[in-house]
Design a protein around this ligand. Structure first.
Ligand SMILES: Nc1nc2c(c(=O)[nH]1)N[C@H]1C(S)=C(S)[C@@H](COP(=O)(O)OP(=O)(O)OC[C@H]3O[C@@H](n4cnc5c(=O)[nH]c(N)nc54)[C@H](O)[C@@H]3O)O[C@H]1N2
Ligand SMILES: Nc1nc2c(c(=O)[nH]1)N[C@H]1C(S)=C(S)[C@@H](COP(=O)(O)OP(=O)(O)OC[C@H]3O[C@@H](n4cnc5c(=O)[nH]c(N)nc54)[C@H](O)[C@@H]3O)O[C@H]1N2
Ligand code: SF4
Ligand SMILES: [Mo]
Length: 730
């Protein structure tokens, strides 16, 4: 794909320009943004949740270069390859420049005006809702747009239009951490500050590969001056495991039994913090009784680790040591994911490793703004992290929006997999996909394809050629990171400001402007109909967060975020001096009614996916390299990032498994599961355990192999599990 070397785009074309080009929709009066003509524009990276500060260099009103922000408290002048190359995906020649509508006669996508696009959108949406009821249309959105846009989309859909089905790719990513924290702490509240990486004596990473997936966070770990012990629990000897003090290669999906076994051992050693448990938690006695069956031999037998490794792990919790346990997708994506995350929470609670420097049960977020989605997108929660099931919460939100409380449903509605199965069974006729690419990333890929084919599919994306966009009936071209204003919330709960440095190409509009068009076309009035700018939405977020654990009313406007290098929530008015970092629960008070944290646990269940003679290998999937992002729509548009990543899809396997199949390095193989097939080139890797293979998720057919298994509480897909065979590709 040819490359445009630098982003050269004029600043003199505010959003209204597009409208005059389309010639028809000026009446909606989109508001032009103001852009600085010269100098450095301070913004936050739009890929991972580390939230690095970046400076866009402007010359003659054009974004000509980018460098990491030396003054940003998160990254202090560093960035990973994706951050350095953040402008390249915007400059790509093949951006979507016009709405496209599928012509029923030829089946081809034809350019249409925004007015025509909105006419069709509203007609098809209306038809589907009147035919199937309020669940008859759904949106699937993202953790990769500013929070302001998330709030607009969710409020428009649920309170303006009255549709009830909506979810986001954060279901694939953070639903487990969200549910686990909510049940244990009473609110979805990752307790840490990045400073905690530098304050621990012992850091344990469970199912997390930050050296690849959060490279600048990993840099923070390396800044720890306490000579910490760093342990990685992962079936694979990952880049992080290789750099750590110790790698413990446990069997896939054995985390829960191992963590319960460790809790039991800590209890046996008398190492728990009885005062903390008595003062600030509930449910410990039944947890302690439950742990009895998790003997050391059982933990060893099921996790496959040695007695020495087990006692090394237990030693880490010696009283007086500051222990931080960090987890990511190796935990969140499993058939018993929520309970596994809570087993980590329980270990920290029982040893008092919470609310103090260097401690905490700490979930690292995935996408740059998955936290914004969790708190404000009206999917899993009502705005401000409120609960759909709570009548007081519904009333508060209804009052703010000026709508009757009965208009707010008392459930979050169907989850992602339920939406797709509704579509498949003909119970839904309209699907709007915003800033996600499920035709590649959804588990058991064919399920998405089958569902999408049964609906009128609208895809809103930077590019018209993603695996999902090529299936669309209507394509809406959007601006991306760098072309929009707003804020995002990183892993340590820090709100950062994203700034517009360029204008979307052709007729493309920011997602916010597209939502405004939809609101106008549907005839939504009141608060939602009056929203015009990111600042309007930010003020709504401030109001809606007041008095909630995620209170941000102390941040007066978007500009205030920028001047401080971002602000962590909570930030109620007058509560914290600017720039002060903070961890939660320093006072031992949690967000439950009793203000105590809960021990939550369940019996261990085996994975529903079993190996057999046809499918004898266990499939693991995940991130392949620091220069590849998910389905590659953005990162493949940078020549530099392409040159840093493998060109072909890969499969990593243990030397003995390769030898048994007569495979040589680099050879093409076929991977089969009971669901489908994929092709890849063999990497023979002693970093793998025998009997397991690893397929980076970036390969377009990785999810042809995965099976639709979900955690029952979070309904997050179990992407890191599967039964497969590998054969020479004949
Ligand atoms: N370069 C890059 N960075 C990214 C992303 C990207 O696409 N590219 N995506 C971002 C997003 S959205 C996310 S969610 C994060 C993901 O960040 P991570 O979760 O760190 O990355 P993964 O590779 O998905 O999974 C982590 C590890 O889980 C291990 N694992 C698999 N099964 C098990 C198990 O049963 N137990 C344990 N303990 N470990 C297991 C895998 O071997 C893998 O090494 O990365 C973010 N950062
Ligand atoms: N097998 C396997 N599958 C996985 C995973 C795994 O570990 N293994 N991980 C899962 C996880 S954790 C995640 S988060 C998902 C990610 O899965 P996806 O969300 O499907 O992946 P992305 O490639 O990030 O897709 C984002 C899309 O939004 C577009 N886009 C980017 N910015 C904007 C914007 O501002 N506006 C609009 N309208 N569009 C924009 C991009 O071009 C791209 O098409 O994948 C999941 N799938
Ligand atoms: S570590 Fe994450 S936030 Fe920082 S530059 Fe890389 S992708 Fe962006
Ligand atoms: Mo994710």
């Amino acid at each position: 794909m040819p490359e445009i070397p630098n982003l050269v785009r004029s600043f003199d074309g505010p959003a209204t320009r597009h409208l005059s080009q389309s010639g028809t929709v000026q009446g909606l009066g989109l508001v032009p943004g103001r852009l600085a003509p010269e100098g450095l524009l301070r913004t936050v990276c739009g890929y991972c949740s580390t939230g690095c500060g970046l400076l866009v260099h402007l010359q003659d009103g054009k974004a000509v270069n980018l460098s990491p922000d030396p003054d940003h408290p998160v990254n202090l002048g560093t960035a990973c390859p994706k951050g350095w190359e953040a402008l390249a995906p915007l400059a790509s020649f093949d951006r979507g420049r016009s709405p496209l509508l599928r012509d029923p006669a030829s089946g081809r996508m034809m350019r249409v005006s925004w007015e025509r696009a909105m006419e069709v959108f509203v007609e098809k949406l209306g038809e589907s809702l009147s035919r199937h009821g309020s669940d008859g249309a759904a949106f699937l959105s993202t953790g990769q747009i500013p929070t302001e846009e998330m709030l607009f989309l969710g409020a428009l859909w649920k309170f303006g239009i009255g549709a009830t089905a909506a979810d986001s790719n954060t279901r694939q990513c953070m639903a487990t951490a969200h549910t686990a924290y909510k049940e244990s702490f009473g609110f979805d509240a990752p307790p840490f500050s990045y400073a905690d990486f530098e304050e621990s004596d012992n850091l344990i990473f469970v199912g997390a590969n930050p050296a690849i997936a959060h490279p600048i966070l990993w840099e923070r770990v390396l800044k720890n001056r306490r000579n910490p012990t760093i342990v990685v629990l992962d079936p694979r000897r990952t880049e992080t495991a290789q750099a750590a003090t110790r790698h413990v290669a446990l069997a896939p999906k054995s985390d829960l039994v191992l963590l319960y076994g460790l809790a039991n051992e800590i209890l046996r050693r008398g190492w728990m913090d009885r005062d903390f448990v008595a003062a600030h938690t509930e449910g410990f006695d039944s947890f302690a009784a439950f742990l009895e069956e998790f003997t050391t031999p059982r933990a060893l037998g099921e996790s496959g680790i040695t007695e020495e490794e087990f006692s090394f792990l237990a030693d880490l919790f010696e009283p007086g040591k500051r222990v931080g346990i960090w987890w990511t997708m190796g935990v969140n994506q499993s058939h018993q994911a929520v309970r596994t995350a809570q087993a980590i929470v329980n270990l920290c609670l029982m040893t008092g490793n919470i609310g103090k420097p260097g401690t905490g049960p700490n979930s690292i977020t995935g996408q740059m703004n998955a936290m914004g989605s969790r708190l404000f997108s009206c999917t899993s929660s009502l705005p401000g992290g409120r609960n759909w099931t709570d009548p007081d919460h519904r009333r508060e939100v209804a009052e703010w929006f000026g709508i009757p409380a009965e208009k707010i449903p008392d459930t979050s509605g169907p989850a992602y997999d339920q939406i797709l199965s509704n579509a498949r069974w003909g119970l839904m006729g309209f699907l709007w996909v915003v800033a996600t690419n499920p035709a590649h990333s959804w588990i058991g890929q064919e399920d998405f394809d089958a569902a999408a084919k049964k609906t009128f599919l609208v895809v809103q994306d930077l590019y018209p050629d993603t695996e999902t966009a090529v299936m669309a009936d209507l394509y809406l071209p959007s601006g991306g990171w760098g072309e929009k204003d707003g804020s995002m919330i990183n892993s340590e709960r820090r709100l950062g400001r994203m700034r517009r440095a360029a204008t979307p190409p052709g007729l493309a509009l920011s997602d916010l402007d597209i939502f405004r068009l939809v609101a106008g076309a549907w005839g939504v009035e009141g608060r939602i109909g009056s929203w015009k700018t990111a600042e309007d939405l930010f003020q709504a977020m401030r109001d809606l967060s007041k008095g909630r654990p995620c209170d941000i009313s102390g941040v007066v406007d978007l500009a205030a975020l920028e001047s401080q290098g971002g602000v962590q929530w909570p930030c109620p008015e007058g509560a914290y001096p600017p720039g002060k970092e903070r961890r939660l629960f320093e006072d031992g008070r949690f967000f439950t009614k009793s203000m105590r944290a809960k021990f939550v646990f369940d019996p261990v269940r085996p994975s529903p996916i079993t190996l057999d003679a046809n499918y004898p290998l266990r499939l693991l999937t995940g991130r392949g390299s620091s220069s590849q992002w998910h389905t590659l729509t953005r990162t493949s548009r940078s020549a530099i990032l392409r040159s840093l990543a493998p060109t072909d899809p890969l499969v990593e396997m243990h030397p003995a498994d390769a030898t048994a199949r007569g495979l040589v390095p680099g050879e093409w193989v076929r991977i089969r599961s009971c669901r489908g097939r994929a092709r890849a080139r063999v990497v023979i890797a002693s970093t793998m355990r025998q009997g397991e293979i690893f397929v980076p998720m970036h390969a377009p057919d990785a999810n042809r192999l995965t099976e639709p298994v979900f955690d029952p509480h979070s309904r997050q897909p179990s992407y890191k599990d599967g039964a497969v065979q590998v054969e020479r590709d004949r």
